[in-house]
Design a protein around this ligand. Structure first.
Ligand code: ARG
Length: 471
């Protein structure tokens, strides 16, 4: 922006200068301009303008010559933008006025006719929706790629046993594959949420003009169809003013980041030598400038950190909206940076994450050793007693005493002799030892959603089918 500001010594005549006695102060120009960040909407702005112009011609509001001139000029502009040759001027405030002015320079009066029956208010709302629809479609693919990476890793580890935790205390054994599939499920809901949000994004504001609609005989449905919208926004005041679709998207994004933040927290813990469950490939880690032995999980740490930033964007957008009376207010210009930042953060995070999950080394022995500590199969002993007729609460008490006994001995339940175990319930017999193994514990949880290897394999098969079907 600095270089752009320096270039703006000449005062470009602004579109609305006829109404004013003095030019806008330089500082105010800088304060109110959005071209530094809304340039990103340029190609969507052109797409929207071309559809608008086509409708104006179809409705005899402009003639075919004008339409052809507009198309030719926009072709030149698009090319200039893509080659980085387009000169963005701060004096022209935003992406819309920059493009319109350039069009008029290139094609004359036809450029000045483009804005007939339109306002920047419905124009910007349309641009943002086109941008966001495109972003959602890309994000859906990135989520899918990450889900595929998770499923691929899970498929190798349906029999790799680790401790499952509650309160970060060893609770019951689960397979590493089952654990990973939990994140597949979260991401599935995340993708659904984006798809749901897309339906509400995909409505056309154009035609609402400044706020009340326009006196020209326009055809809004035709523009909607040209731009691939599912329909039009049905109230002009609402069309130009609400940004709920952006808020909704950012809320969905915050949830995706929250899920990835949780996974990040686990990766960080698992990579710590105290756990030693996994290793993350070197290309995703950094060293320390002072401690030569360090290998730090910077990527997951940053994902955890960037989640705060996306949550912040959500709060920014909610706060931006809450005090605004109908209809459009300049406040809404502030919707773009949080929205763009959310999209950028999410895109790079998902992209890196899919790669990173593919580069994880699993250490099954360390997982197994941890699962053997902490009496992870105590619930299985209780369930065993219940199946032999003891009420669950009594079984729970008996096992609690057995755990205390083993703890004093410094051994696992499976290491106690049969006579020792029998002190806690006469129902315990030789067959208890199969129940107390990690494999037995896993295999016993054999219902949909359970950690038994057969169930996790079935979950993986369902996931693969859903991914292939694009669900
Ligand atoms: N740059 C503005 C925005 O982002 C475009 C709309 C301006 N409309 C207006 N009446 N000032 O919202």
């Amino acid at each position: 922006m600095a270089s752009m500001q320096d270039k703006q010594t000449q005062t470009v005549q602004t579109t609305w200068s006829g109404r004013f006695d003095e030019p806008v102060a330089d500082l105010v120009k800088r304060f109110t301009a959005s071209v530094g960040f809304d340039q990103r909407l340029a190609l969507f702005d052109i797409q929207g303008s071309l559809a608008h112009a086509q409708m104006l011609a179809a409705c005899d509001i402009i003639n075919m010559q004008d339409l052809n001139d507009i198309r030719r000029g926009m072709g030149v502009i698009e090319n200039e933008i893509l080659c980085g040759e387009f000169e963005w001027l701060l004096d022209l405030e935003d992406v819309h006025l920059n493009i319109e002015k350039r069009l008029t320079t290139l094609v004359g009066d036809a450029g000045k006719r483009l804005h007939t029956g339109r306002s920047r208010n419905d124009q910007v709302a349309t641009d943002v929706r086109l941008y966001l629809r495109h972003a959602i479609d890309e994000l859906q693919l990135l989520i899918k790629a990450l889900q595929t990476a998770l499923v691929d890793l899970a498929a190798v580890h349906t029999q790799t046993i680790m401790p499952g935790f509650t309160h970060l205390q060893v609770a019951q054994p689960v397979s590493f594959g089952h654990h990973l599939m939990a994140y597949y499920e979260m991401l599935k809901r995340d993708a659904d949420r984006l798809g749901d949000c897309r339906k509400r994004v995909n409505r056309l504001p154009l035609g609402a003009a400044a706020l009340a609609g326009t006196s020209y005989p326009i055809k809004r449905e035709y523009v909607a169809e040209l731009l691939g919208f599912d329909g039009v926004c049905e109230n002009s005041l609402d069309a130009v003013s609400d940004r709920d679709f952006a808020i909704e998207f950012t809320a969905a994004a915050a949830l995706i980041m929250t899920h990835l933040s949780r996974l990040s927290e686990e990766l960080i813990l698992w990579m710590s030598p105290r756990f030693g469950f996994i290793d993350i490939a070197d290309r995703f880690c950094t060293g320390s400038s002072i401690m030569p032995q360090k290998k730090n999980p910077d990527v997951p740490e940053l994902v955890r950190g960037k989640t705060g930033r996306v949550n912040g964007n959500l709060v920014s957008l909610l706060t931006l909206m809450k005090g605004q009376p109908l209809a459009y207010n300049k406040d809404n210009q502030e919707d773009k940076e949080p929205l763009f930042d959310t999209v950028d953060t999410l895109m790079i995070t998902l992209r890196i994450y899919a790669d990173m999950m593919g580069g994880i080394t699993v250490k099954p022995e360390a997982m197994r050793t941890a699962a053997l500590q902490g009496y992870a199969t105590a619930t299985d002993l209780a369930d065993y007693l219940v199946k032999k007729g003891l009420p669950f609460r009594d079984a729970h008490e008996a096992v609690a005493l057995a755990v205390r006994f083993a703890e004093k001995r410094g051994c696992d339940l499976a290491e106690l002799k049969l006579e020792e175990l029998k002190q806690f319930s006469a129902l315990i017999a030789e067959d208890i030892y199969a129940v107390l193994t990690l494999e037995g514990s896993l295999a016993a949880r054999n219902h949909i959603g359970g950690t038994a290897p057969a169930q996790v394999e079935a979950a993986i098969a369902r996931a693969r089918k859903a991914l292939a079907d694009g669900r």
